[in-house]
Design a protein around this ligand. Sequence first.
Ligand code: ATP
Ligand code: MG
Ligand code: MG
Length: 555
Amino acid sequence: ESPETLNFIEQIIEEDLAKGLPKEKLRFRFPPEPNGYLHIGHAASICLNFGLGEKYNAPVNLRFDDTNPAKEEQEYVDAIKRDIAWLGFKWANECYSSDYFQQLYDWAVQLIKEGKAYVDQQSSEQIAEQKGTPTTPGKPSPFRDRPVAESLELFEKMKNGEFPAGSYLLRAKIDMASPNMHMRDPILYRIINAPHHRTGSDWCIYPMYDWAHGESDYIEQVSHSLCTLEFKLHRELYDWYLDQIYDPSLLRPKQREFARRNLSYTVMSKRKLLELVQKKVVAGWNDPRMPTISGLRRRGYTPESIRKFSDLSGISKRDNVTDVSLLEYCIREDLNKTATRVMAVLDPVKVVLTNYPEGKVEMLSMENNPEDLNSGTHEVPFSKELYIEREDFKEEANKKFFRLSLGNEVRLKSAYIIKADSVVKDEAGNITEIHCTVDLDSKSGSGTEASLRKVKGTLHWVSIVHAITAEVREYDRLFLDEAPDAHEDKNFMEFINPDSLNIIKKAYLEPYLAQATLDDKYQFQRLGYFTLDTDSKEGHLIFNKTVGLKDSWAK
Ligand code: ATP
Ligand code: MG
Ligand code: MG
């Protein structure tokens, strides 16, 4: 492989290998905080880390970064595992930062003993005020030079639950004048009186991200700890913490940063996604309009399409926004190759074939997927009374209308050529029936001259007596703005699209769809790709529209 085809993270790894890092020491991790569901941005990190694992045949840990019990829940742990497995990746070990609480505590005690940490008893507001600005030094805490023995005693009391939340903090003693604000005596521990989803009430002090993360990487002997760009300035602190505890006979982890993946017309932070859930803008984390893995799955996206999207959008050093149309392209490409072709009518108008025998039923053969020669066929019933889409008929039409109009012919997909002769209307003037004659020699695949006759339009249809009904849900973008959370003066909630969900209460489907399962993917011919929704019940089928077709056969 030439260096040009390597992304910059792979180049870093190759350099480390060239400098003597043994290949069997490569180890990666994906470190979600279980405070929400995974989204398509996380998929970038998952595909990167697990992709490196596959490429270098190296273990990849799933590490739950569970250091804030106020926001974390078992529900999220379970959902995260489900989503990663669904994407098709296997973790080497299931790890939790909370498993290292005792070790982290012991190391913190060591820092205090070495004069590198102290217990502060100011409020977080006071501490923030003293931080200074990037160009002016901060002011030292009045407790910065507290004697070691006193800090040790207070820290133990913090741990034993003798103080209320917010009263005491443990801080590293680094440099209040550092140009890097993260180095100005960062907080190591704070008191949180909330039960933890794994450690229960064992602890009431919890480590901050920077302290827990690098040390967890070290404990797990992760060689390359890949995180997003906002942590670049934390790298100095990551390294400082490792310096304090590092045993040179062991591997020393290395933090490197890549750009977050953003997607147009949505928001990606878990905090904002949670707000959409809590304010009931969506039906839940797995609402098909959400950019979550579970939402995309429910919408009908496949693991392959999400992995493909990650490949195509690549790994970048600079923040950027990927157009959602790339994601739609990936699922369309995948479903075009795999989805079963069926017929459904969403907005029906009745067609009566006046010269077709009453009571006759023909079972016509429909190719399951013309892109896949091995996909076989299924049968579709045909009879005298059919539904077609209301918009596929006009009484009078100009030459550009290749659908059905009075006096003109169209082919019914996989069936016959029909010609519209007259319409029946109700009192309000709405068309209730279209009377047509069918060319009985023109059956698709029969080989007759009439069957080979070219007509301009082909329509989808269902036989009325055989059709089953279903609810169909169509989705539009959740936000009207390309970058809803990039406005300084406006909250992202102001850009919600009020029409992002369109429910069709009663659509008519060919009876083959009665056997649909949640894993099946369909192309409703000329309409788009659809999949069964998890809300579906026997007697009340619900289909989600995954994505539209790029081109319908004829307009
Ligand atoms: P959020 O702001 O959505 O809560 P986070 O970074 O706090 O994101 P974590 O659960 O900590 O969420 O993320 C786990 C891993 O996934 C981290 O390594 C993080 O950097 C990465 N990650 C999160 N969001 C993105 C994104 N949009 N693009 C790429 N990687 C991401
Ligand atoms: Mg995080
Ligand atoms: Mg977060």
